[in-house]
Design a protein around this ligand. Structure first.
Ligand SMILES: *Cc1c(COP(=O)(O)O)cnc(C)c1O
Ligand code: SF4
Length: 338
């Protein structure tokens, strides 16, 4: 079948089918992008530790024949991942073990992270969860009930954040059950979803999904994860529109990544594009220092220089907050000039 036809056909399939057909090896992705494998610094070893995984919808946003594409850099296993960087370790945030045992993480006042699934539709090379068997975590029914009970018993918790992994990888039936359980907890005001699927697998945003969300008695917030304006295509915009039409608040968080978005023009375009489609910039995170990700680091001083320039270009509401994660902190830590 000619490539364009088979691509068009792919996007008529359900999100589950599209996910099942995601690229899962370096060769197929390089063929699709018309890039000769021997001209790229790919690493089979890096891909064994943490496999390549990219839905076609995201790959279709990459520029063909461009080895330095900023989206490709986020997903391609390369030799740099094997370099040792001091200060990097397998669990930089220090949470993963405790989460995988209980499903809830209550670190900040008034809100809890609730992790139902460790899987993602895409494997981002810079991710802090890349070194953990956490990918396979699926919270059993019993653990889920314990987590819900914990939220129930803590009247201080006003917001539940469904996180992961990617919580929108739960199917509609599971999500509906979960919402039914959360909706009846009186002290909860908001349910927030942290998901990269609106960007990497926009087919997940269906009418059935938005109906589950709007039927909730709580305010619904979705924090998407987009690092570069090139990630926003027509399918992504259609998904945003479905959500916006149901009055769901959309925020974006990005990670500041060397060679991807460590540049004022790129970040300015990102904020402008997001906002023009109804998404408000929220956080710009410094990299969590997970083993294998050191080549993505942007130093704190460069990050401050970039954000300072961005502030001189854009209205305040288009500037994401520059933050880092600090073990034991009461919130994300703002990063400012010394
Ligand atoms: C990031 C995070 C949150 C959410 O923080 P906000 O500042 O409300 O976005 C909540 N709990 C934990 C453990 C987190 O890591
Ligand atoms: S989608 Fe988020 S959690 Fe999943 S691999 Fe990417 S950065 Fe990590």
């Amino acid at each position: 079948m000619p490539e364009q036809l088979s691509e068009a056909l792919h996007f008529t399939k359900t999100w589950q089918q599209q996910l099942a057909e995601a690229f899962n090896n370096i060769e197929d992705l390089c063929n699709y992008l018309e890039l000769p494998l021997n001209e790229l610094p790919t690493s089979v070893t890096a891909g064994k530790n943490f496999p390549l995984r990219v839905p076609l919808s995201f790959a279709a946003c990459m520029q063909k024949g461009e080895p330095n594409d900023p989206l490709l850099r986020q997903v391609l296993p390369i030799k740099d991942e094997l370099i040792f960087y001091p200060g990097y370790n397998s669990d930089p945030v220090g949470d993963l073990l405790s989460v995988s045992q209980t499903g809830v993480l209550h670190k900040y006042h008034g809100r809890v992270l609730f992790i139902n699934t460790g899987s993602c539709a895409i494997n981002c090379r810079y991710c802090f969860r890349r070194n953990f068997p956490y990918q396979d975590l699926q919270l059993g029914k019993q653990d889920e009930n314990k987590a819900i009970q914990f939220i129930h018993d803590n009247p201080d918790i006003s917001e539940v954040i469904l996180s992961g992994g990617d919580p929108l990888l739960l199917n509609d039936a599971r999500l509906m059950q979960l919402f039914d359980q959360l909706n009846v907890i009186k002290h909860l005001k908001r349910i927030r979803i942290h998901s990269r699927l609106p960007i990497v697998l926009p087919a997940r945003i269906t009418n059935e999904l938005t109906n589950i969300l709007v039927q909730s008695t709580k305010q619904i917030i979705i924090v998407i994860h987009c690092n570069h304006a090139n990630e926003i295509n027509d399918r992504v915009i259609a998904g945003f529109n479905l959500l916006k039409n149901k009055d769901i608040t959309l925020f974006n968080q990005s990670v500041l990544l060397e060679g991807v978005n460590d540049n004022v023009t790129v970040l300015s375009n990102l904020s402008e594009q997001l906002f023009s489609h109804g998404v408000i910039p929220y956080y710009l995170h410094l990299l969590d220092k997970a083993t294998g990700t050191g080549h993505f680091e942007v130093s704190e001083s460069s990050a401050i220089a970039i954000i300072t320039k961005l502030q001189a270009m854009l209205p305040g509401y288009l500037i994401p907050k520059l933050v880092k994660e600090q073990a034991g902190g009461l919130s994300k830590q703002p990063v400012h000039s010394p």
